[in-house]
Every structure is written in structure tokens, then in C-alpha cells.
Design a protein around this ligand. Structure first.
Ligand code: CP
Length: 306
């Protein structure tokens, strides 16, 4: 089911495969002692052309915990990219040295292209504003653990819907696990792109676009909060107009229904007050922690089939 698979889009996987992955991750998470070392001798290479803390380091940590080793391409300034080598030749070299390659790039299509030219599996670790499939696996894993199901839930997705690739991928996953309803809450300037709205309509996903979240505080099961992505704005003035649009505070938490959870792919800027961190609704650190186990399960499944 998983052996030698590339991970380019969340849509490359079906319900059965994703539920299988979540079960594997939960099993690993439940182990008191990690004695899974069956990736000994395997090498994972990370090649990140955009900044990252969680994705890059959790993939590396997952590989090390499974007994494997890691390489990192590093900043373009320290590789031969600085001498003018093209990315295609660079990726071919990574393929010669590695058993699996994890790539983040600002350009859409780079990871799909890498998968085509590489013998070894390639994982898309985030591509421009388009997709971040393993983040979606992590998001769904947290929801699945909390609600024991991924169907028929109400989501309030809040923030930079236009630019956040985590949101795009999550919305794509709603064609696999159907929600009851999705509220897309953003400033008008940061509404979902036309192709995302068309996708939801084509797949019969009920959604509503809002500019404030107040009216859905009592209704949503999952609040998926994202930062406004300053780095995606070509005009700093446009960013200044929308920054700080949404901040979740303890006052909002009081109105949420029992059992509702707040997710955030992180990093956060100011959209979640730190006072919210200790509330029982705050699931974003558990979500990030679960990312390690999800990525362990994913690497193990791709490299061993187990
Ligand atoms: N969630 C996420 O992709 O975080 P990083 O950018 O730190 O990897």
C-alpha cells in the first residue's frame, strides 16, 4: 500500500490508505519505548528552499528515531546551486546519495518533477501556496484522534486562505473525508482562490465565506487558524492592511462548544494569544508533537512497507 510511494499531493491517497497511516502513527505514539530501528542504513535527505522548523526537523528526527541517517542540502549559498548548478542536476545528485528525499520549494511542480526524475521516493514538504500534504496528514491525524472520526465535522478555517498551502491541502482532503460544513473566514483580500472554491463546489463540499468568526464560535468542531503570510505579499502596504485581522483570545474560547479544538500548523505570529495555550481546546502543540509520529509512520511505511 505504501512501499516506495511518493507523497506529492494529499489527493494521491485514499481514505483506506490515510486511515491505515493514522493507525500506524498511533501505534508508534503509544509505544513506551521506541525499539523501531528498522531504517538502519537508510538515508533521508532534506532539501529546503524555503524556511522551516517543524517539517525539516521532524522528518530528520523521525528518520533518526527509526535508526536511519540524514543529510541536509543546506542553504543554497553553501551548495553548488551557488555556482549556477540547476535544480534538476542537484536533485539527481540527492537521488544518488539518498533512499528518500524531502523537498520544500516555492515553485509549484518542483516536487512532482523531482519524483519523475528520481528513482527513490520524494516527499513534498510544502510547495509555494499550493500544497503541504504531510501537514494535512498531521492535521487529520489530530482530528481523528480527538473525534475518532473524520466525517461530518464542522470546520472554521481562519486566516490567510489565499496563501496558506496548509489550507489548500486541507480543503483538498475534504473530498476524501467529507465535513458537515466548512466556514472560510478571512479578510476579503485573502479569500480562497477560484480554483479552490470550484473544487469544493465540484465535490459537493458545503462552505460559506465570512469575514469574522464570531458567528461560528458556538458551531465549529475544529478551528483551523493560520497566520497571515507576510512573505507572500509583493506590496508591504497590502500586508499592513490585513495583519492582525484575527486574534483568538480566552474570551472566544469561552464561547466554543464543549470538545471543540483549535489547530494551527504553526508557526504562529499573533493570531493565537499565548493565554489560549493552556486551554483544553488548544490542540496545536499536540498536533505538532503528533507530526513526529505521523512522519515516523510515513517513512517506515514508504521505506519498508510496514
Ligand atoms: N507547519 C510547518 O510547515 O511548519 P514549518 O514551516 O516550520 O516547517
Amino acid at each position: 500500500m505504501w512501499l516506495n510511494r511518493d507523497v506529492i499531493s494529499i489527493l494521491d491517497f485514499n481514505k483506506e490508505e490515510l486511515l491505515d497511516l493514522f493507525s500506524k502513527a498511533k501505534l508508534i505514539e503509544s509505544l513506551k519505548e521506541n525499539n523501531l530501528k528498522n531504517l538502519k542504513g537508510k538515508i533521508l535527505t532534506t532539501a529546503f528552499f524555503e524556511p522551516s522548523t517543524r517539517t525539516r526537523l521532524s522528518f530528520q528526527a523521525a528518520m533518526l528515531k527509526l535508526g536511519g541517517s540524514t543529510l541536509d542540502l543546506g542553504e543554497p549559498s553553501i551548495s553548488s546551486l551557488a555556482k549556477g548548478e540547476n535544480i534538476s542536476d542537484t536533485i539527481r545528485m540527492l537521488d544518488y546519495y539518498s533512499d528518500i528525499i524531502v523537498i520544500r520549494h516555492k515553485l509549484e511542480g518542483v516536487s512532482r518533477y523531482a519524483a519523475e526524475i528520481c528513482e527513490h521516493p520524494v516527499i513534498n514538504a510544502g510547495e509555494g501556496t499550493k500544497e503541504h500534504p504531510t501537514q494535512t496528514m498531521i492535521d487529520l491525524y489530530e482530528v481523528w484522534k480527538t473525534f475518532k472520526s473524520l466525517e461530518n465535522l464542522t470546520y472554521a478555517i481562519i486566516g490567510d486562505i489565499k496563501h496558506a498551502r496548509t489550507i489548500s491541502s486541507l480543503i483538498l482532503s475534504f473530498s476524501i473525508f467529507k465535513p458537515r460544513k466548512v466556514y472560510l473566514v478571512s479578510p476579503l483580500e485573502l479569500r480562497a482562490k477560484e480554483k479552490i472554491r470550484s473544487f469544493m463546489e465540484f465535490n459537493g463540499i458545503l462552505y460559506e465565506e465570512l469575514t469574522t468568526f464570531s458567528e461560528v464560535l458556538e458551531e465549529a468542531d475544529v478551528f483551523y487558524v493560520t497566520r497571515i503570510q507576510k512573505e507572500r505579499f509583493s506590496d508591504p502596504y497590502e500586508y499592513e492592511k490585513v495583519k492582525g485581522s484575527y486574534i483568538i483570545t480566552l474570551e472566544h474560547i469561552k464561547r466554543m462548544k464543549e470538545g471543540a479544538i483549535i489547530l494551527h500548523p504553526l508557526p504562529r505570529v499573533d493570531e493565537l494569544s499565548p493565554k489560549v495555550d493552556s486551554s483544553k481546546n488548544a490542540a496545536y502543540f499536540s498536533q505538532a508533537r503528533g507530526g513526529l509520529y505521523l512522519r515516523m509512520a510515513l517513512l517506515r511505511a514508504i521505506l519498508t512497507g510496514e
